[in-house]
Design a protein around this ligand. Structure first.
Ligand SMILES: Cc1cc2nc3c(=O)[nH]c(=O)nc-3n(C[C@H](O)[C@H](O)[C@H](O)COP(=O)(O)OP(=O)(O)OC[C@H]3O[C@@H](n4cnc5c(N)ncnc54)[C@H](O)[C@@H]3O)c2cc1C
Length: 415
């Protein structure tokens, strides 16, 4: 049966949800205050992380925690003043990262990640976006042999368990594979299954154009005007009010702002991240994740994009791009990086949950309201499978994966 649906948020997650609903013949309006793919889904490292079967756990080693507290590395930063606001969420994140809970969480996570490239593939083809996508994997690079050996053993275990493909490159092989590197490193793990995208925001824009070709409508509007009506949901757009039987919240890091006034207290928080492009030097062939320093260096259409790790801060606090400064210095040890393209770094926020899994499924207390957010470090990867899963749930079809682990109800039971 065809349904009418408002999808709020045109990032990777909302756009893919809208595409999957439209493919199934539902009447869909995709609402955003900006053009599709201009926020978090624009600013990421552009990797479709088929290898990311293990979600980012809260660090548990004392040495790592001390390093974070003292801000020794570039991978994590925090605003002291924000800690009281995120403390409750982080405490749950810590608990969920322990040996008792993490394995079950990771199993559920891996079941979604398993569909990452398979679900992007038909959308890339239908959207005519082949020119944006490289299907050659990416490299985890290591500056010292001990870290490389440790990571190689872990990568081997994950690969065996999840059927992933990796190659180990020693220093010479890495230098040959990536001639732009100007320093001899210990080596690299080449994860061969992931894909990389040269303009992440443009990929979302192409998916959105495909959605329109399927008969879907894009509308400019403010999700905070969402109201329940006698028959469903209504939202205000620049073209006037719109109504539908169903509404999907796909607002990424802004989901909490909409849902709190509706009475939902979900354990959500953000990990902010920065990027900047650099032009003029030799670019790496594939994206490089400098594991020891916590930055990604990705060849993109606008130049070499450097992205940073996590910053624990209030989402709308002023930018403090200290990590980007450090990341840039670390990247210059590896590559020639002439002038930055942008005057100021880009700042965005990964939408995180306390148990590392996204929230996909019905809203527990409102009929016809659906959630699709909280994809943290891998929303660009997981948009298509999450969109498919939610579209199947809304349409009453057999779901591509068991949806239970991603239901918001888990938080009612203390997840
Ligand atoms: C530095 C960095 C690097 C990353 N690298 C990767 C990577 O390599 N691979 C990967 O898979 N993931 C990566 N991520 C994570 C990924 O970018 C996010 O998980 C993903 O983009 C989230 O998508 P989304 O659609 O949920 O949110 P968004 O893309 O933020 O979309 C939310 C949309 O909601 C809209 N919106 C918000 N409020 C309103 C409102 N009131 N009214 C109307 N519209 C509204 C916004 O305009 C926006 O378009 C990275 C993130 C960061 C920050």
């Amino acid at each position: 049966m065809s349904r009418s649906v408002l999808v709020l948020g045109a990032g990777m997650v909302g756009t893919c949800t809208a595409v999957h609903l439209a493919m199934r013949g539902h009447a869909v309006v995709l609402v955003d205050r900006r053009a599709p793919g201009r926020e978090t889904s624009y600013g990421n490292a552009g990797i479709i992380q088929r290898e990311a079967v293990a979600p980012y756990a809260f660090p548990r080693s004392i040495a790592k925690l001390a390093g974070v507290a003292l801000k020794r590395g570039a991978d994590v930063n925090y605003h002291l003043g924000a800690l009281p606001h995120v403390a409750a969420g982080l405490a749950r994140y810590w608990r969920n990262s322990g040996a008792g809970r993490y394995p079950t969480i990771a199993e559920a996570y891996a079941r979604l990640i398993a569909h990452a490239t398979d679900e992007h593939a038909p959308l890339v083809a239908a959207a005519g976006a082949d020119d944006l996508v490289r299907r050659e994997g990416y490299l985890h690079i290591f500056r010292d042999a001990a870290s490389m050996d440790l990571a190689a053993a872990e990568a081997q275990a994950l690969s065996n368990r999840h059927g992933l493909r990796t190659d180990l490159l020693d220093g010479a092989a890495l230098a040959a594979a990536e001639p732009a590197l100007r320093t001899r490193l210990a080596g690299a793990i080449h994860w061969r299954d992931p894909w990389s995208v040269s303009d992440p925001g443009e990929l979302v824009a192409r998916y959105a154009a495909h959605f329109q070709r399927l008969g879907g409508t894009l509308a400019e509007g403010d999700a905070s005007t969402l109201r329940q009506t006698a028959t469903g949901w209504a939202v205000r757009t620049v073209d006037g009010p719109l109504e539908a039987e169903h509404a999907v919240v796909a607002l990424g890091p802004w989901a909490d702002a909409l849902l709190r006034p509706m009475g939902y207290r979900l354990p959500l928080f953000v990990k902010r991240g920065y990027h900047r492009h650099y032009r003029g030097g030799a670019a790496p062939r594939l994206p490089l994740y400098d594991v020891g320093r916590g930055l990604v260096i990705a060849p993109m259409q606008r130049g070499v994009r450097i992205t940073t790790g996590a910053e624990f801060a209030k989402q709308d606090a002023p930018a403090t791009p200290w990590q980007l400064g450090r990341a840039e210095a670390h990247a210059r040890e590896l590559l020639e990086l002439p002038e930055p393209v942008e005057a100021q770094p880009w700042l965005g926020a990964r939408p995180c949950t306390a148990d590392m899994k996204p929230v996909i499924g019905p809203a527990p207390r409102h009929r016809g309201l659906w959630f699709n957010f909280g994809h943290a470090h891998q929303g660009f990867t997981l948009g298509p499978v999450s969109g498919r899963l939610l579209a199947e749930l809304i349409g009453g079809e057999a779901p591509v994966v068991d949806p239970a682990p991603y239901s918001a109800r888990r938080f009612l039971h203390g997840a």
